[in-house]
Write a protein that binds this ligand. Structure first.
Ligand code: PMP
Length: 294
């Protein structure tokens, strides 16, 4: 079962109330549906506990503030609600994904919104398969779509996902599972909904600076874990020419955890880079798993 196949929990929390998912509704003219003004977050729940819940909720509130969405609930209230929803949707054992979504209800088909308007909020849960290390790894495709230069990259706004959606469709046309997006300076940015790490032949873990990518919470966790395991970490601009020196590659993110990359295909010149067995990724996956299990 993948994240997309997983089933959404029966109950949602919508603007202060629990409801059956099928009865919670939004207006078809809502601003966010037309202009991608919603923000969201994604939290991994392991055995009933939201991993780094506080950091995720801080990011949600930051994203909302960037988009001018005024939440009428405190962060602590949202944390309590998530705890209740985990129980109600039977997510106390194993893995689940929690998705808070905040949007603007303005429905008069214009970009302008009232600054007084209260934001709408809904929270969903999804059961996930139990975490395991995916030995084989996935095939990546280098996208012709870039991470946009001038967007708030630390804000999880729906509008930021236009190039990842296009890139994922493109990657699938080339037989890949995920797309790798470059930034406008020609350096590696990230995948559609995950950060990327490489292991240099010297043993150093290399990842892009979070200038034009999300500074993912899993990314930060993995950097801290690598340092605690005495694995040197370098955050720097990575261009395609650097790839030859990399032995391993892996993605990190709430939904993928630590996912090895088998190959990177570059459709423009027909080149395919193969990465080796994921020993470092495996080590970091195990450390991550131990952390979320505590
Ligand atoms: N980049 C993007 C664009 C994402 O949407 C995500 C998923 N939130 C990530 C990276 C990974 O971030 P995190 O580890 O916080 O899930």
């Amino acid at each position: 079962m993948s994240l997309t196949e997983a089933v959404i929990g029966r109950y949602v929390w919508h603007n202060g109330h629990f409801a059956e998912k099928t009865s919670a509704k939004a207006d078809l003219c809502t601003h966010s549906l037309h202009y991608a003004s919603s923000v969201f977050d994604g939290i991994r729940c392991h055995n009933g506990k939201g991993f780094r819940l506080k950091e995720h909720l801080e990011r949600l509130f930051y994203s909302a503030s960037i988009m001018g969405l005024r939440l009428e609930f405190e962060q602590s209230k949202i944390a309590d609600v998530i705890g209740e929803l985990i129980e109600m949707n039977d997510c106390l054992e194993g893995s689940a994904y929690i998705r808070p979504l905040v949007w603007c209800s303005s429905a008069n088909l214009v970009i302008k919104r009232s600054s007084q308007e209260k934001a709408q909020i809904a929270i969903f849960t999804k059961k996930l398969p139990n975490l395991k290390f995916e030995e084989g790894g996935i095939d990546l495709v280098l996208s012709s779509w870039n991470r946009a230069a001038n967007l708030p990259h630390q804000c999880k706004a729906a509008g930021n996902y236009l190039s990842p959606i296009l890139a994922k469709r493109e990657a699938e046309r080339f037989g890949g599972k995920e797309a790798l997006l470059m930034d406008f300076e020609g350096n590696v940015a990230e995948c559609g909904s995950a950060n990327i790490f490489f292991v240099h032949e010297s043993g150093t873990l290399v990842t892009s600076k979070p200038n034009y990518c999300l500074n993912g919470i899993t990314r930060q966790t993995i950097i801290a874990l690598a340092k605690s395991l005495n694995i040197p970490v370098e955050e720097k601009g990575i261009c395609l020419l650097d790839m030859g020196g990399f032995q391993e590659a892996f993605l990190t993110g709430t939904s993928v955890a630590v996912l090895p990359v088998k190959s990177l295909y570059c459709p423009k010149d027909g080149l395919k880079l193969e990465f080796k067995q994921s020993a470092v990724a495996n080590l970091l996956f195990n450390a991550y798993f131990q952390l979320i299990s505590n």
